[in-house]
Ligand binder design. Structure first.
Ligand SMILES: Cc1ncc(C[n+]2csc(CCOP(=O)(O)OP(=O)(O)O)c2C)c(N)n1
Ligand SMILES: [Mg+2]
Length: 347
């Protein structure tokens, strides 16, 4: 994959391509869900692509992300295969989790995606565990947690901030403040304007940034990554952004107006504004942009064909991957305890 280094022209074009792909992926999911092809429940993130692409672009292939119920954009930005992503959503065996995850639980451990976490706040704790692994084994990679603004009202997120800061873990906490938590407005849930102000109380660096600018997100996360790998601990970043669709597909959205949504779409769209900037700076020409759009459309058409034609999930496999069969370290400990303390099981 071409790196998303927004400090170079090629990197900026790649950032645009990935944002277009993330948008096309979700537009496709929106349509296929409406047509009844995708079962279950979906949460879309059109409008938030600059956060996903800027952040994942600043990571290496060895770094991990953790995500929320709104994870499609993050997964695509991390480089997951749209075919297997869509197959997962379609309930097919070829999906990343053999359809056991669906939209809200996609995980691809080999590709740096530790999992979408619909338990609000859990993405933070999971990233802390990963960061501890990297630090403990001196492995040099970092973890980045995508967290919603609503999740910042969860206790486990604060425990995660505290542990990561106290232990100096190589973690980046990236709050996507899309101004809503389900139907609750940001100001109904928080009494401060910038969530990154919380960083100081944990002894972390904190930044509030424009989440509609892929370059700003890329630069801020790159610096946070540098701090993390240098042993300078975690960073708390709040990226202000906006989702165009409802909390979930089907949400009637009584809590906001069509004008508000259109205002963000027409004035603050991360893809349109970035495209205009590249055109103004003579870094891209319109035919190239059209070509990129056609490329991602074709990629998603192929993904739909792949997902439709893939084998349905194997129902007999439902109980596989549920219980751990044997973990040598645990077996060893169990034997040791049984020898040393025959009654240990009674506790
Ligand atoms: C622990 C927990 N509490 C409540 C919910 C129900 N719930 C699902 S998404 C959501 C809102 C999350 O808002 P935010 O963190 O801002 O993320 P966004 O949906 O805006 O991406 C809530 C309350 C849940 N899934 N888990
Ligand atoms: Mg939110």
């Amino acid at each position: 994959m071409v790196p998303v280094d927004t400090c170079t022209v090629d990197g900026r074009k790649e950032a645009l391509r990935r944002m277009l792909l993330a948008r096309e992926f979700e537009d496709t999911v929106q349509d296929q869900f409406a047509d009844g092809e995708i079962p279950g429940f979906v949460h879309l993130s059109q409008g938030q692509e600059a956060v996903a692409v800027g952040a994942c672009g600043a990571l290496t292939d060895d770094d991990y992300i953790t995500s929320t119920h709104r994870a499609h954009g993050h997964s695509i930005a991390k480089g997951l295969d749209p075919d297997r992503m869509l197959a997962e959503l379609y309930g097919k065996e070829a999906g990343y989790c053999r359809a056991k995850g669906g939209s809200m639980h996609v995980a691809a451990l080999d590709e740096g995606m530790l999992g979408a976490q619909p338990i609000v706040g859990a993405s933070a704790s999971l990233a802390v565990g990963a960061g501890l692994t990297s630090q403990y084994n001196d492995e040099g990679w970092i973890s980045l947690a995508f967290i919603g603004d609503g999740a910042v009202a969860e206790g486990q997120v604060h425990e995660s901030f505290n542990l990561a800061a106290t232990w100096g873990l190589p973690v980046v906490f990236l709050i996507e403040n899309n101004l809503y938590s389900e139907g609750m407005l940001f100001e109904e849930q928080h009494n401060i304007e910038n969530l990154s102000d919380m960083a100081a109380s944990y002894g972390m660096e904190g930044f509030t940034i424009d989440g509609q600018s892929v370059e700003t997100v890329y630069e801020t996360v790159s610096e946070a990554r540098d701090r993390a790998v240098s042993g300078d601990g975690p960073t708390l970043i709040e990226a202000k952004t906006y989702r165009y669709r409802g909390h979930f597909e089907g949400d009637q959205q009584p809590y906001r107006t069509e004008e508000e949504i259109e205002g963000w779409r027409s004035e603050r769209d991360p893809i349109n504004n970035f495209t205009e900037k590249l055109l103004e700076n003579d870094e891209i020409v319109q035919s190239e942009i059209d070509g990129l759009r056609e490329e991602v459309e074709a990629e998603m058409e192929a993904a739909v064909a792949f997902a439709r034609n893939a084998e349905p999930a194997d129902l007999d496999a439902a109980y596989e991957d549920v219980f751990v069969e044997s973990v040598p370290e645990i077996e060893h400990r169990r034997e040791h305890l049984a020898r040393e303390e025959p009654n240990w099981g009674a506790y």
